[in-house]
Design a protein around this ligand. Sequence first.
Ligand code: NI
Length: 178
Amino acid sequence: MSILKIAKLGHPILNAKAKKIENIIDPSVKLLINDMSQTMIEAKGIGLAAPQVHISKQIIIFRVPETEDLESNEKEIKITALINPSIIKLTDEVEDQWEGCLSIPGMLGLVRRCSKIRYKGYDINGNIIDQEAEGIHARVVQHEYDHLLGIMYTERLSHKKAFGFSEEIEDYWKNRNE
Ligand code: NI
């Protein structure tokens, strides 16, 4: 496995629409997902899309804490890979929450997302995934899915000025009542 270079905001691949994977069970797909996983963990991210590692294909990965395991008292974190994903919004309700992106390091933006979604796609073994999600789970899937459409979170800010360096945001935005 290898750690891949992450494209930063301004690189045109981040604005392009990613192509569908034709052969989901091709070994090169598995290899790419493994490299993306290692890259995401090393960068301390919770999600990553293939265009962010300069590959304009429809693959996203993400990790969400599982429900707490009372015996070990540790939250198990599992990485999910989703190939050729699609999303359906299950509600008109939206939530505003701070997001970061490995392609925009050191910065945060307040982003408006649908609060409940259903997503479909294929996992690393070619099995169908069909899952409902809300909260942080729904948010990360929508963020990564946007990367496949060439959309950055900076295009979805809840208001124009709700974007900046994380240390300033922590000091001046997060603790105030909005
Ligand atoms: Ni991102």
